[in-house]
Write a protein that binds this ligand. Structure first.
Ligand code: CTP
Length: 398
């Protein structure tokens, strides 16, 4: 995802600096190389040795370091990267940037650089909410500086609120977004995927055979065309794609809440195999064997997420795509399903066991829209996803 990209990583002085070590690893996993810069305050939290050992490169620390200046001057260092990332970006560093101060190596690099800069702020909630910090953020945004996070949550200081540094994976996704290109750039697309698990009791659940392979491939293909993808996945057996925002869920109701939270979006693709029913009153204790006979499970209907979103009066995504898993009369059932659900397109597939599609690597689909039905030949799920992503890009461009 970040093959060949060169990141200048400035590690500021905050307790979240330890996450910068993990960030270095994640960036390298994606094929990026990292040139680390450690501020004086950063050195109080992580050692230069661990930073340079992980980065596999010398760590830059001083503005007036003759050896570093002889090897690579700070101006050259500031221009050598494809992206400058500051993680953690402290309130102090952000204030310096907003003022254009350059009194140490990090602030000088940030003033001298001509490459894009991404900040991952981390600070106490009061510091984050202080008008001075908020003013600096507006100035920095106006200067074209991008942000990843901060998140809301518990802090090392014991307080709760916004100010926690984004997780390394989220920062990597934000970095990847800087390098995106393609026809779906600037488009936000929600994708559901995988099965749902409907609890019977704390240890048992009802599920289905979906692996999540098709939804994962769709998310990857959309992201490859430049889309910002929110990937809402039940407990799948395949790994989620890189470079997308992953929202893990368990049940249909969790999935619905996650979809609602992810909207608005330009398009939504519902590839999840959502359980139609849940156990009406799941037990909060493990069901035990009893002399009184076998347990009886009563079912309740789950929300139909696709139908709900398709019928939204305001905020409906411009393009809503459903999947139809059928075992018989595929075309007839899927055509009726498109109308019943109110979505724009249905990708219909035959999931009868003989096809080997459910849980397999191939798919044979029919794309149904108001213009009619179009049979696609049997092909890999990745290829189905690529074609579908291209069709979505064309539809959103119209
Ligand atoms: N879907 C959904 N929420 C549900 C059930 C299904 O969002 N509670 C979505 C699926 O993600 C898929 C489409 O609706 O995009 C069709 O799913 P499918 O399982 O084929 O259809 P059902 O609605 O379950 O209808 P039936 O069981 O009658 O085939």
């Amino acid at each position: 995802m970040l093959a060949g990209k060169h990141i200048l990583l400035i590690i500021g002085g905050g307790i979240a600096a330890y996450k910068a070590l993990e960030l270095i690893r994640r960036l390298q996993d994606q094929g990026a190389s990292v040139a680390p810069v450690l501020t004086r305050a950063g050195e109080e939290f992580v050692t230069p040795l661990s930073v340079s050992a992980l980065a596999g490169a010398p760590v830059h620390r001083d503005l007036f370091d003759l050896t570093s200046e002889a090897e690579m001057g700070h101006i050259q260092l500031s221009r050598s990267a494809d992206l400058v990332v500051v993680a953690p970006a402290t309130a102090d560093l952000m204030a310096k940037m907003a003022q254009g101060l350059a009194n140490d190596l990090a602030s000088t690099l940030l003033l001298a650089t001509d490459t894009p800069v991404l900040l991952a702020p981390a600070m106490n909630v009061r510091m984050w909410e202080h008008p001075a910090t908020q003013r600096n953020i507006q100035v920095l945004k106006g200067d074209g500086i991008r942000f990843a996070g901060p998140n809301e949550g518990g802090m090392a200081c014991g307080e709760f609120g916004p100010g926690r540094m984004a997780e390394p994976d989220e920062i990597v996704a934000a970095i990847a977004a800087q390098f995106r290109s393609g026809p779906l750039i600037g488009k936000r697309i929600v994708v559901t995927s995988g099965p749902t698990h409907e609890p019977i009791d704390p240890v048992r659940y009802i599920a289905n055979r979906s692996s999540g392979a098709q939804g994962t491939a769709v998310a990857r293909a959309l992201s490859a065309l430049g889309a910002e993808v929110v990937f809402i996945t039940g407990p799948a057996t395949v790994w989620p794609p890189d470079g997308v925002e992953v929202v893990p869920v368990e049940s249909a109701r969790d999935m619905q809440a996650a979809v609602e939270a992810a909207l608005p979006a330009d398009a939504a693709v519902f590839a999840a195999a959502v359980a139609d029913w849940r156990v009406a009153s799941a037990s909060d204790r493990k069901l035990k064997k009893s002399k009184d006979g076998l347990p009886t499970l009563e079912f309740a209907e789950n929300p139909d997420i696709l139908k709900t979103v398709s019928h939204m009066e305001s905020g409906r995504p411009g393009l809503v795509v459903g999947f139809a898993a059928e075992t018989n009369d595929v075309l007839e059932n899927a055509t009726a399903k498109r109308l019943r659900k109110g979505c724009d397109w249905i990708v219909a597939n035959d999931v009868s066991p003989a096809t080997g599609i459910m849980g397999g690597s191939e798919n044979a689909v029919t794309l149904i829209s108001e213009d009619g039905a179009e049979d696609w030949p049997r092909m890999g799920k990745d290829e189905v996803a690529r074609r579908l992503a291209e069709r979505i890009a064309t539809a959103l461009a119209d």
